[in-house]
Design a binder for this molecule. Structure first.
Ligand code: ACO
Length: 371
C-alpha cells in the first residue's frame, strides 16, 4: 500500500484477523464462530450465544448453568451506582447514562487494570449481567418510576423485559426480543467494535474500551439509527405519505436512517429474521399500520436509491411495539453488543499491536515563527 493512498473511513482496509464472526456480503451471510446467525437466533438463548462469542464453542449444559448462575448473581446494581444514575439530569440521554454507568463500574472495580484473560472474562460477564438493569432504570425513570429489583428466577431476556416494562410479556414477544439481542450481538470490525479494539490496543482497561465503544455506537450512522428510524416513521405519519416524504427528504440530501450499509450492498443478512420477529410483535400489538409504513418506505427507498434496509430498520419499530421508549433502543443494542465487544477486546489483547494509522498532512508548509 502506497503511503499516499488515502482510505477515507478505512473502507475496504483489512487491519487484522478475527475468529469471532464473519460477514460475507457476497453470500449475504453472517456467522458467529462459524454458526449462521439465523440458526443461532432460531435455536439458542442469548446466554448461549454470549458463551459462544466469548469461548468459541456453544456451552455444555453444565457450562451454561455455571454462566447463568454467575450472570444472575450480578444483575443487581450497587446501591451507590443507582443513586448516582438517578442524580443525572432527567433529560440525559439513556446512552449517556449507560456510558456513565460503565465508567463508574470501572472506577469501583479493584481489578480494573488487570488485563489477564480470566479477569477480563469476569468483567465481561459482570457487565453483561448489569447492563439490562441500567437500561431498565433509564426506561422506568422516563415514566417517573423507580427501578425494580432483578429476578433471578428469569432468563436474561425475560428479566430484561420485566425490569424495563414491569411485567413479562407473551412468550412470542420475549422470543422476538431475544432474537434482536442475538442479531445485534456481533458484527466483526464495525465502528464501535473497532473503537473498543483501538482503546484496548493501548493496553488500557476493558471498561475504558467499552465506554468508548458506547460513544461510537450512539451516533446515528451506527447504532443510533434504530432510534432515528422511529423518528422517521413519526415524521411520515401515514403509509400513503411515505413516497412523497422520501422524494422530498432525498432532494434535501438527507440520509434515510435504517437504510444502507458499509459492508452489505445487497441487503443486510440479519433483516429477514428481524422482519419476521417484527411481524410477530405487530400481530400481537396491533402494529399493522406501522408494518404498512415499514413496507411503503422500504419499497420507495429501493425504487429511488436501490438501497436495502439494515438491522436497525426492523428493530426500531419492534422495540416501539414491545413498549420501549425510543431513546432506550440504542441502549438495548449496547446490552447485546457488550458480548461482541468484549470478545474482540480479548482477541485484541491475545495478539496485540498498537492501532495507530497514518495520515497525509494537508496544513500549511513548514514556516518560520517570526517572534
Ligand atoms: N440514505 C440516503 N442515501 C444513502 C444512504 C441512506 N441511508 N446510505 C447510503 N446512501 C447514499 C449516499 O448518500 C451515497 O450517495 P452518493 O454516492 O450519491 O453520495 C452512497 O449511497 C454511498 O453511501 P455512503 O454513505 O458513502 O456509504 P457508506 O458505506 O459510507 O455508509 C452508512 C454506510 C453510514 C450505514 C450509510 O448507508 C448511512 O448513513 N445509512 C443511514 C444510517 C444507518 O442506518 N446506520 C445503521 C448502520 S447498520 C447498524 O449500525 C446496525
Amino acid at each position: 500500500m502506497s503511503a499516499l493512498t488515502i482510505h477515507k473511513g478505512l473502507a475496504g482496509v483489512v487491519v487484522d484477523r478475527t475468529a469471532v464472526s464473519m460477514v460475507n456480503p457476497d453470500t449475504n451471510s453472517l456467522t458467529y464462530r462459524g454458526y449462521p446467525v439465523q440458526d443461532l437466533a432460531a435455536n439458542c438463548t442469548f446466554e448461549e450465544v454470549a458463551y459462544l462469542l466469548w469461548h468459541g464453542e456453544l456451552p455444555t449444559p453444565a457450562q451454561l448453568a455455571e454462566q447463568n448462575a454467575a450472570e444472575r448473581a450480578h444483575r443487581a446494581l450497587p446501591h451507590d451506582l443507582v443513586l448516582t444514575l438517578l442524580a443525572l439530569p432527567e433529560s440525559a440521554h439513556p446512552m449517556d447514562t449507560l456510558r456513565t454507568a460503565v465508567s463508574i463500574l470501572g472506577a469501583n472495580d479493584p481489578d480494573e487494570d488487570d488485563n489477564s484473560p480470566e479477569a477480563n472474562q469476569a468483567k465481561a460477564l459482570r457487565l453483561f449481567a448489569a447492563l439490562p438493569s441500567v437500561v431498565a432504570l433509564t426506561q422506568r425513570r422516563r415514566r417517573g418510576l423507580l427501578p425494580l429489583a432483578p429476578r433471578e428466577d428469569l432468563g436474561y431476556a425475560e428479566n430484561f423485559l420485566y425490569l424495563s416494562l414491569g411485567s413479562i410479556p407473551e412468550p412470542e414477544i420475549v422470543r422476538a426480543f431475544e432474537t434482536s439481542l442475538v442479531l445485534y450481538a456481533e458484527h466483526s470490525f464495525n465502528a464501535s467494535t473497532f473503537t473498543s479494539r483501538v482503546v484496548t490496543s493501548t493496553l488500557s482497561d476493558l471498561y475504558s474500551a467499552v465506554t468508548a465503544a458506547i460513544g461510537a455506537l450512539k451516533g446515528p450512522l451506527h447504532g443510533g439509527a434504530n432510534e432515528a428510524v422511529m423518528a422517521t416513521f413519526e415524521e411520515i405519519g401515514d403509509p400513503s405519505s411515505a413516497e412523497a416524504w422520501l422524494k422530498t427528504a432525498l432532494a434535501e440530501k438527507r440520509k434515510i436512517m435504517g437504510f444502507g450499509h458499509r459492508v452489505y450492498k445487497n441487503g443486510d443478512s440479519r433483516v429477514p429474521t428481524m422482519r419476521r420477529a417484527l411481524q410477530t410483535v405487530a400481530e400481537l400489538r396491533d402494529g399493522h399500520r406501522l408494518l404498512d409504513l415499514y413496507e411503503s418506505l422500504a419499497r420507495a427507498m429501493y425504487a429511488e436509491k436501490g438501497l436495502h434496509p439494515n438491522l436497525d430498520y426492523p428493530a426500531g419499530p419492534a422495540y416501539h411495539l414491545m413498549g420501549f421508549d425510543t431513546p432506550v433502543f440504542t441502549p438495548i443494542f449496547v446490552a447485546s453488543r457488550i458480548t461482541g465487544w468484549t470478545a474482540h477486546i480479548s482477541e485484541q489483547l491475545a495478539a496485540n499491536s498498537l492501532i495507530r494509522p497514518s495520515s497525509v498532512y494537508s496544513g500549511p508548509a513548514q514556516r518560520a515563527l517570526s517572534r
